[in-house]
Ligand binder design. Structure first.
Ligand code: URA
Length: 303
């Protein structure tokens, strides 16, 4: 099938989006051409009598890119400004294996313009680690110093704590998929080993990448490690203590919110450990993982 001008235009828009472009301006002439295409599509593919006969233009909407549909099925004209509530709609994943798709996302993340343009994140991209063919995905906030050096999430002290939690669950890092909501270490003036949490703007800029990782992995369960990841993923405001203790829903995937492992480094009391552990027990139950009596009793107060 030969390419039509509107399918070429759609592909051109898709390529802009994939390079991270989030805005584009249109000349009046281009707007008129788009109106003509729109009216033609509404009329079953016949060209419109004139552009002026077209309905009032709605802002062009970037819906989930798909192969250009036949004119008769063409949806409402796309908006050039992606809707902030639908950040995940602006990336087209390639055909292929899960690994191919993740490789594509890794490359995209490296050059992800919305994040780079903020000028508040450092340059080294830290993607994800672990096993993509897993039921369980864990998502933290952003890489810190050690993660940036090793280009792997959760390899510093918080990572050691996370490894302990996984071990207590009978798991290891290579049995789960571990990622961050922000792929670059947030920058600070005169930064050495000190880190900061990502801002809401940094999270929003990076959100399409993690949402697509989730789409590729299709985990049966997500653990949001800490409030930053939880708020960013779920779009709800709240503290970890108000969000933990139940399952949330992210596009049909249950999400358990728990304290960030670094919180346990700061408040390592059995009571706080037990809270995290209760979240992990709930996750294990929901995933039908075996749980021993010993595991059930971890961090309970001694009689
Ligand atoms: N904290 C996070 O949230 N992610 C990391 O990768 C490391 C520390």
């Amino acid at each position: 099938m030969s390419a039509t001008p509107n399918s070429l235009f759609r592909h051109y828009l898709d390529s802009l989006i994939q390079q991270g472009t989030t805005r584009a301006s249109l000349t009046d002439e281009a707007r008129n051409v788009l109106r003509t295409w729109y009216v033609a599509a509404r009329q079953g593919g016949r060209p419109a009598a004139s552009a002026s006969a077209s309905p009032k233009p709605s802002p062009l909407q970037m819906s989930a890119p798909a192969p250009a549909p036949a004119p008769a099925e063409m949806p409402e004209p796309p908006e050039l400004l992606p809707q902030s509530g639908e950040p995940a709609s602006s990336i087209t994943l390639p055909e292929g294996t899960m690994e191919d798709k993740l490789q594509y996302l890794r490359h995209l993340a490296q050059n992800w313009k919305p994040a780079r343009e903020l000028n508040s994140l450092r340059d080294t991209m830290v993607f994800a680690t672990g096993n993509p063919h897993t039921k369980l995905m864990l998502i933290g906030e952003a890489p810190g110093y050690y993660e940036e050096v090793q280009q792997e999430p959760f390899v510093g002290r918080a990572g050691e704590k996370l490894n302990q939690i996984l071990r207590a669950m009978g798991l290891s890092r290579d049995m789960v998929y571990i990622s961050n909501i922000v792929k670059f270490r947030p920058a600070l003036p005169n930064q050495r080993t000190n880190n900061r949490a990502p801002t809401p703007e940094e999270i929003e800029a990076c959100l399409p990448i993690i949402m697509h990782e989730i789409r590729v992995i299709q985990p049966k369960m997500i653990i949001a490690l800490g409030g930053t990841a939880a708020v960013g993923l779920l779009g709800e405001q709240g503290s970890v203590s108000s969000m933990r203790g139940r399952f949330h829903d992210l596009n049909g995937i249950p999400v358990r919110v728990t304290y960030h492992p670094s919180y346990l480094l700061r408040s390592d009391s059995p009571r706080e450990k037990r809270k995290v552990w209760e979240d992990m027990l709930a996750v294990m139950e929901r995933l039908d993982m075996p749980i021993s009596e010993k595991q059930r009793g971890y961090f309970l107060p001694r009689e």
